[in-house]
Design a binder for this molecule. Sequence first.
Ligand code: 13P
Length: 340
Amino acid sequence: MSELHETAKALVAEGKGILAADESSGTIKKRFDSIGLESTEQNRQAYRDMLFTTPGAEEYISGVILYDETIRQTALDGTPFPKLLESKGVIPGIKVDEGAKPLALANGETVTEGLDGLRQRLEEYHGLGARFAKWRATYSITDELPSEYCIWTNAHALARYAALCQEAGIVPIVEPEVLMDGTHTIERAYHVTSRVLNAVYTELFDQRIDLEGTLLKPNMVLSGYEASSRAGVQDVAEWTLRCFKKHVPAAVPGIVFLSGGQSDEDATAHLNAMNAMGPLPWELSFSYGRALQAPALKAWGGKPENVEAGQRAYYHRAKMNSAARTGMYAPEMEREAVTA
Ligand code: 13P
């Protein structure tokens, strides 16, 4: 089996998922603002050190997505972060897109940029230890949007990114995120997510991507966050699986969901409900940012004396999501006190 296939499979190994800790400087500032902490390089290092040194997290976490600053940074003990992760059997990954920028001649839609110089950057990141990467495209839902123009332009860029990754020996995580802000129904989210996935897999095929050496990181199919009535857990699981069964080839080893603003417990419950409906053609796992980190960030609060409390909160969420990988999660498990 090729190294790409092995890496992709390892990232969705039984009971394991991915921690997305690749917040850009702007995003991590927003997260730190929520706990009243200044976003200095030192604080960012201390925060990531707390997460990555959590004892036992590697039982549930297969890989961590890093940001450019973090992949070059060291842990507090001086070990480069990628080496620290490798020493625990955790695969280092890297966010390589340069963000969603206004799409020319489109009404408020975006295209994700970062292809210029990407071949060289991937070579450097591979040298720094990265074995997988992430590129995120975003689509907003309104009555008219997203446009075909936005859908196909982003799909084309995602496939160009994926091809460059595979050439460099790096597994591309392909992340088309249909944003769930708005008042739309779950049927509308299903329809838009279907169109987006159809375009993404058409472009990946046309650009010769080896699907077995990729992972998909999508949104779940949800009602809009501001919708007057919201679909429940079982409905979300059914609509989401219906959508992915139609559009994601069985050659793809795993689908690793983003949490996208869901509460941490909702993100776990939805993943669990889908896995309980198996068997499925692909591994169904997580690549959560906020849903793995939010309680840990709050418990830590930027204070050295709270490092252990932060680590307990992170470990607990990782464990809950691991249980959701097999449909064995139950909300009562949340009561296993984080502060025990
Ligand atoms: P969330 O789980 O917070 O949506 O973050 C995942 C991610 O990496 C978004 O690109």
